[in-house]
Design a protein around this ligand. Structure first.
Ligand code: NDP
Length: 462
């Protein structure tokens, strides 16, 4: 699904008069990060937005804020040994990247997927720094995970792995140090096993993970928060045009946590979701995924661990093996699967088919060339670090509830989520407005950067 990672030299960038400084900065890090293409891609996108700001603010330049932000505070890598159902020893690699703790404890998810490596986790942790700053809550940025593949594993194997992983990770995290959550391959089942093992080893019941079950310190609306937040962000973008999602045809990729709750909220708001996907292909249901069909998908993916193809078999619609859903005509697109899942050709197809709002539920799902197509076409384009910040925002609210030893109502959390997404949107508009058009990429990068940079300046050279 993903294409090879693009570099600045291949991409028309919007650096304008600061192009030379951007190239110079990228030159300094490209050589030492040659094996980390995803991380370089994420840094480059931010550098393009913030180097003009740095050039106008010598304090940021003298303190080498961007150079410091692109070197993690700490990286932990560890061996994870566990025993499978056949009694065989299995060996995986575990990671935790603590990218920047300037504005609060490190915060960011854990990903269990065979593709996980240091480059992917550094890109995710780097994005997380700016995203967390945008939420208005006090959270630094981190990310972690393992190359463990949960697909096809029994519950017992998942538990064995999670316990082995947490036995190593528990030395580096804590409710005031680093608070992980879920991501690809890490849902409520995995968070439960991870939390149980932390409690077992450390002998303390604390909010060291978010996304916990409601019975043991989780927050209402946390499972829904990333998907709902991406839809609220789209509504905010559409609101600038006096429009909304009602009656719109919507294409969603993925069928996991983010995709499911994106679809649910779109349906609530009167939109029609016509696609869902997984790594094997996508389903196209022109009649729309309704509440009943979505319940089938949730059961299929969360309990039966099945494939999206089974939706097409059950409801008699088309299934496109090995393809992504961007060829389906739509008004709005919500990429909600993984990084670089939407390339330049896909972006051109979407725009030429009339798609005019894109809200990223996934992290960095669009390649740089795809992003350039959207910005050139002046469609409403919400980048992940703004549009999918609802998940970590409600994780922040879960931390607050844990610290207070209280649980808020569903409405209270949802109202706070809506207010945070509105705030993020306003902040992006403030820093990204260019004439009639809002460049949300630039707006999100600059707004997040300024908050973190000012905190770093205040805390000295560390
Ligand atoms: P899940 O594991 O619940 O679902 C992931 C979905 O994406 C599955 O349908 C999966 O298909 C598909 N997918 C994963 N990897 C690939 C791949 N390489 N190619 C094609 N399809 C793929 O993860 P989430 O829904 O939690 O996460 C989805 C995205 O949202 C990620 O980018 C994540 O970083 C981002 N995100 C998640 C947040 C959260 O709160 N969960 C918060 C903010 C961002 P298959 O089952 O076949 O692998």
């Amino acid at each position: 699904m993903s294409e090879s990672v693009e570099t600045m030299s291949e991409t028309a960038v919007a650096g304008g008069e600061y192009q030379a400084q951007i190239e110079e900065f990228m030159g300094t890090i490209r050589d030492r990060l040659v094996n980390q293409p995803e991380f370089l891609q994420a840094v480059e996108e931010v550098a393009e937005s913030v180097i003009p700001v740095i050039e106008k603010n010598p304090r940021y330049k003298e303190a080498k804020i961007l150079e410091r932000l692109t070197e993690p505070d700490k990286v932990f890598m560890f061996r994870v040994c566990w025993v499978d159902d056949k009694g065989e020893v299995q060996v995986n690699r575990g990671f935790r990247v603590q990218m920047c703790g300037a504005i609060g404890p490190y915060k960011g998810g854990l990903r269990f997927h065979p593709s996980v490596n240091l480059s992917i986790l550094k890109f995710l942790a780097f994005e997380q720094v700016f995203k967390n700053a945008l939420t208005t809550l006090p959270m630094g940025g981190g990310k972690g995970g393992s190359n463990f593949d949960p697909k096809g594993k029994s519950d017992r194997e998942i538990m064995n792995f999670c316990q082995a992983f947490m036995s190593k990770l528990c030395h580096h995290i804590g409710p005031r140090t680093d608070v992980p959550a879920g991501d690809i391959g890490v849902g409520s089942r995995e968070i439960g096993y991870l939390f149980g093992q932390y409690k077992n080893i450390r002998n303390e019941f604390v909010g060291v993970l978010t996304g916990k079950g409601i019975e043991y310190g989780g927050s209402l609306v946390r499972p829904e928060a990333t998907g709902y937040g991406a839809v609220y962000f789209a509504q905010n973008m559409l609101g600038t045009k006096g429009d909304n999602l009602e009656g719109k045809t919507v294409v969603v990729s993925g069928a996991g946590n983010v995709a499911q709750y994106t679809a649910e909220k779109v349906i609530h708001l009167g939109g029609k979701v016509v696609t869902l996907s997984d790594s094997a292909g996508y389903i196209h249901d022109p009649a729309g995924v309704d509440t009943e069909k979505l319940a089938f998908v949730m059961d299929l993916k969360n309990n039966k661990r099945g494939r999206i193809k089974e939706y097409a078999e059950k409801y008699g619609c088309e299934y496109h093996e090995g393809k992504t859903p961007w060829e389906v005509p739509c008004d709005a697109a919500f990429p909600s699967a993984t990084q670089n899942e939407l390339n330049e050709e896909d972006a051109k197809t979407l725009v030429s088919n009339g798609c005019f709002v894109i809200s990223e539920g996934a992290n960095m799902p669009c390649t740089p060339k795809a992003t350039a197509v959207f910005l050139k076409a002046k469609v409403l384009y919400g980048p992940g670090k703004a549009a999918n910040a609802g998940g970590v925002a409600v994780s922040g609210l879960e931390m607050t509830q844990n610290a207070l030893m209280l649980g808020w109502t569903r409405d209270a959390v949802d109202n706070k989520l809506q207010a945070i997404m509105k705030d993020i949107h306003e902040n992006c508009v403030k820093h990204g407005k260019d004439g009639d058009y809002v460049d949300y990429v630039k707006g999100a990068n600059i707004a997040g950067f300024i908050k973190v940079a000012d905190a770093m300046l205040a805390q000295g050279i560390i």
